[in-house]
Design a protein around this ligand. Structure first.
Ligand SMILES: [Zn+2]
Ligand SMILES: [Zn+2]
Length: 597
């Protein structure tokens, strides 16, 4: 076991990049750290082995300089270059980068000219009017920063909730660790991680074993534990390094496992309603199991220990489905346990039985390559998509107005088509579709003339530049885009970045009505910072018969794989069936399904 693991290295590389940006290093240099972080994070090989065998430089984008810094950290527990940077700035300076609309250039100016080194100091400077006096800031920026500070504070106040995508790997690592403990029979993640909520407050892990003490002993040797915050006979809570995630770990006898797993999966609202139903049947449900009140029992108990009149009889719950069966219901998958009508549907036996699954997805949709702001070449993306078992990949770079992301001007688009054709020649068994992710411009028009758009297989329209429009203007902008007959898919509809940027203000019902009428397909973007369309709005879209596409918005080969589960989970939370999703079809079916009208 090395003293330092992958996530520590990834975080250090991100921090290096952030400090260097504030320092004002050129984008090429800071980007190199981001790329390296991406490489390390998607590494399938053991990092310690790579370091020990001095093979870091065999990874694309990692040169001698980066390799020695990573080796430094892995072998000595510290990256000297990062420590130097940390010492040169106030301890909370990176906090500034969590404020919406505050990029590294502004952070640098604020620090150098006003000595601002934390969110609190920034707020004070805004309130004193010192920020608007700076060159390049102004009154409007100051107002935006104050709004951004408020959002950042709300995020912190939201009980320190974290994005699911930021903690899931670590949660899975804990689970894998627990499964190796002596005597463990079953182990699962519970809580909002199991329900695949976009953000989570903590992680529940539930295991069954005859000897809880031995399992806890093993658990506490998990290398990423920073602190033990409580331990009892059946529960231990710890905080993890890097993510500061709290893990509540419970060990029970195997006969109590399913009830406990169900209990600690939640949601509270789902459970409250279930308990009401149970009561009507003379049952009580708790984390300890399902009990029948002896006096109210209609049929004599066949199983369980004999009890005297009026006492509780414990009913066997081997799996969660037994609990639902006792209540006369269909099994409710974890993602649906929100009291959004799933209990009524499960009682009526009308809960969808064919919810979309990851295995149903046949085409990988919405990919960026080095032609715009992607990190891997077209050929690398095609080969990776094929290796993952997909039968088609849609290449959808940014459009020409997107200077910030290397959007394709017309001449480059033509050149890109030639390369797509050339790669298609080489990569058999995967169909490459020519597409674009076109900005929806301020007036709702798309970013190319119709004569160009009509030549593309897939046109995604997305809002990237916000132009500070209000709800009415943004709504009309989207409605107008739907009038363009060449638009197939509305991309990452709300524009939210979880815990970072609010959704654009939209009259969503009005927009969904028009999408249904016009035959627009709506994207559920699987980027873990987006998970957009939200599950709530997926429900609303499906009620209107709107088709969905579950997309990756991949900017690297790694994201072709890692993003999709979040799109699938969000769609499932919104009750999407396989047939509602256009990229569960083969390439011919997909192309037909996204056509308008
Ligand atoms: Zn986009
Ligand atoms: Zn995109």
């Amino acid at each position: 076991m090395t003293p330092v693991d992958k996530s520590t290295v990834v975080k250090a590389l991100h921090d290096m990049s952030a400090y260097l940006q504030i320092k004002g290093e050129n984008a090429f240099k800071t980007r190199a750290y981001e790329l390296a972080a991406e490489r390390i994070s998607s590494l399938t090989e053991d990092l310690a082995v790579l370091v020990a065998e001095k093979r870091l430089t065999t990874l694309p984008g990692i040169g001698e300089g980066l390799a020695s810094k990573i080796e430094d950290l892995v072998t000595h527990g510290k990256m000297a270059a990062l420590e130097e940077l940390k010492a040169a700035y106030p301890p909370k300076i990176l906090e500034l980068m969590t404020v919406q609309d505050l990029g590294p250039k502004k952070a640098k100016a604020l620090f150098e000219q006003l000595g601002v080194g934390s969110i609190d100091e920034l707020e004070k400077a805004c309130q004193d009017g010192r920020v608007q006096a700076l060159k390049g800031f102004g009154k409007k920026t100051e107002e935006k920063l104050l709004a951004g500070i408020a959002l950042a504070r709300r995020t912190m106040a939201a009980g320190g909730r974290k994005r699911l995508g930021d903690v899931e790997d670590q949660a899975q690592a804990v689970l894998a660790w627990v499964k190796q403990a002596p005597g463990v029979i079953r182990a699962e993640l519970g809580g909002s991680v199991r329900r695949m909520r976009e953000t989570v407050a903590d992680v529940d892990v539930i295991a069954s074993a005859p000897d809880a003490a031995a399992v806890f002993k093993h658990f506490l040797t998990f290398p990423q534990i920073a602190q033990t915050i409580g331990s009892g006979e059946s529960k231990t809570s710890v905080r993890l390094k890097e993510t500061d995630l709290q893990v509540d770990f419970r060990v029970l006898p195997d006969e109590d496992f399913a009830s406990a797993l169900h209990h600690f999966t939640g949601s509270k609202a789902h459970h409250i309603k279930l308990r009401g139903l149970a009561q009507d049947k003379g049952l009580t449900i708790s984390e300890w199991g399902v009990f029948r009140m002896g006096g109210k029992s209609e049929t004599p108990a066949k199983k369980g220990k004999a009890k005297h009149e009026g006492a509780e009889e414990k009913l066997p719950i081997v799996e969660e489905k037994d609990l639902y069966a006792l209540l006369g219901m269909q099994f409710v998958p974890p993602e649906l346990r929100e009291d959004w009508g799933e209990i009524e549907a499960a009682l009526a036996q009308t809960l969808p039985r064919d919810l979309v699954t990851l295995g149903d997805i046949r085409g990988n949709v919405h990919a960026h390559t080095t032609w715009s702001d992607g990190r891997d070449s077209l050929e690398a993306m095609a080969l990776a998509a094929k290796a993952l078992g997909y039968t088609y990949l849609t290449i959808t770079e940014h459009s020409q107005s997107a200077n910030y992301a290397g959007g394709l001007k017309l001449d480059r688009m033509k050149a890109q088509w030639d390369e797509i054709d050339a790669v298609q020649e080489k990569v058999k068994g995967l169909t490459l579709l020519k597409g674009i992710e076109s900005d929806i411009l301020e007036d709702g028009s798309l970013d190319y003339p119709d004569a160009v758009l009509e030549q593309l297989d897939v046109v995604i329209g997305s809002i990237h530049q916000r132009y500070s429009q209000d709800e009415d203007a943004t709504t009309k902008r989207v409605l107008r885009a739907f009038d363009n007959p060449h638009l197939h898919i509305w991309g990452h509809p709300s524009g939210r970045l979880l815990l970072k940027r609010e959704a654009v203000p939209l009259r969503i019902e009005e927009i969904l009505d028009k999408a249904a009428k016009k035959g627009i397909t709506i994207e559920v973007n699987g980027c873990p910072e987006r998970m957009d369309l939200s599950a709530e709005n997926v429900r609303k879209a499906l009620e209107r018969g709107i088709k969905l596409v579950l997309s990756t918005d991949a900017h690297s080969v790694g994201e072709l794989k890692t993003h999709l589960p979040y799109a699938v989970a969000t769609a499932r939370r919104g009750w999407a069936r396989t047939g509602d999703v256009v990229n569960t079809k083969d390439v011919k079916g997909f192309r037909a399904a996204i056509q308008r009208g």
